[in-house]
Design a protein around this ligand. Sequence first.
Ligand SMILES: Cc1cc2nc3c(=O)[nH]c(=O)nc-3n(C[C@H](O)[C@H](O)[C@H](O)COP(=O)(O)OP(=O)(O)OC[C@H]3O[C@@H](n4cnc5c(N)ncnc54)[C@H](O)[C@@H]3O)c2cc1C
Length: 460
Amino acid sequence: MSTALVLGGGLAGFLAAAALAPHARQVTVIERGNLPDGPVPRREVPQGHFGHILLGGGADALDSLLPGTVDALHAAGAHHRRIPSGLLMRLGPGWLPDHDSTAYLIACSRHLLDHVVRERLSGLAVAVRTRISVLGLLGGAGRVDGVLVENPDGTRETLPADLVVDATGRHSRTPEWLRTLGSEEVREETVDAGLAYAARLFDAPGGNDGFPVVSIVPVPGRRAPGRGATVIPIEGGRWIVTLSGTRGGEPSRSEAGFDAFLGSLDHPVVRGLVRAARPIGPIRTCRSTLNRRRFYEDGGPAGLTAVGDAVAALNPVYGHGMTVAAQCAAAMRAVLRGEGLHPGVGASIQRRIAQVIDTPWNMAKEQDRGFPGAQSNGLSANGPMDRLARRYGDRLARAALTDPAVSAAYFDVFALTAPASRLAAPAVAFAALRPRRRRPPTAAEAIGRHRRVVELAGQL
Ligand SMILES: Cc1cc2nc3c(=O)[nH]c(=O)nc-3n(C[C@H](O)[C@H](O)[C@H](O)COP(=O)(O)OP(=O)(O)OC[C@H]3O[C@@H](n4cnc5c(N)ncnc54)[C@H](O)[C@@H]3O)c2cc1C
């Protein structure tokens, strides 16, 4: 059996370590920060202060890698919500219906999720070394065979490995490190809607039992910046309220700016809820929302693979990042079960991971290109077939609000529990393309389904 080094002790790194453990003589996670014992913030994962939902496809993958995690999350106060019936959400074409569907999400703080994952990983044969920074890769142009690290006392050390897994997140420096080894440039695609976040914790008046995830989603294609807000019920009877605005419509950090932003949204429901709740923390802002995909599957060196945000950092507004991290690890496990752990397996894993990334990547970049001032590095296709696909996507989104069959397929694909091909199934395509006979719920109908929202914000 071989050895594996996982760079980064975030969600993607820990889940990759869980996938590697049965196949390696030794798996070591190298993390530059501290890993706390409880569900508390980590400086190295600043996005943890912002609302995080885990979609069904991610929860299923997580639970298959570390069985019992989802039950442990629920026992610690995480909330399970069906999609769309457990959501009060306004998309571009209208409010979500309460159609039945198998799609779901888990809502809790990011701190809790990471803590539960760390606890469950501690039962596996994985070594975790903290306060150690990776400085570079070792090997040559065609083969990575270890890493150079810096210890807490400033000394440097080389660590050999048969497989190095980059899970260092959105700011991964692997392309730069590969350049110094003489490897070919890693192809990269970026799309940036310039989205900024502002978030704040609130005490949920009366607790979160039966309280939906409430969201006004930023709408592309309007010649005005996209603006949205989401209330996520989390453990401890709290909400995380997150505002999001694309370039030119960014939320501010001030109290008055927070309220004014809520007042500028398409609908006042989130403002009504926020005014009924007590803030219990500062307003925090974040601008790390660029979509960036690195195409390591084109042919990187042997002995290396990249997972999670290190390979595909997605605009967080779509809530796909953690699901991608979990599905990358599940893809890695599937390949390891077939091939075992050897230096060449990195390429097979990367190809499988590319399939995992395709759907959320295409969704995010297509949406984000529709916001004013969106910037891309020019690799995004925009030919007639792309425009046709976009129009079909718009029809699907509208039909998902009125047709139960389209709704089921649409939200299963969105939750990454079904492949995108399900949206091209004849029954779904027919329903999406035929003239609509039904209308989506009105705001009053959608809000009226959620008694707690009506009690707090009024019928609006
Ligand atoms: C504001 C915001 C909101 C989000 N909301 C959602 C959501 O609702 N749902 C969702 O699914 N996703 C969401 N995401 C995305 C999600 O946070 C990421 O997809 C996820 O954290 C990726 O995990 P990761 O392990 O790849 O990276 P990270 O969580 O960034 O972890 C990387 C780890 O690597 C370590 N590291 C980095 N460099 C080195 C080095 N040189 N040496 C050693 N260690 C190193 C870091 O310390 C860190 O621990 C959101 C992101 C943001 C910014």
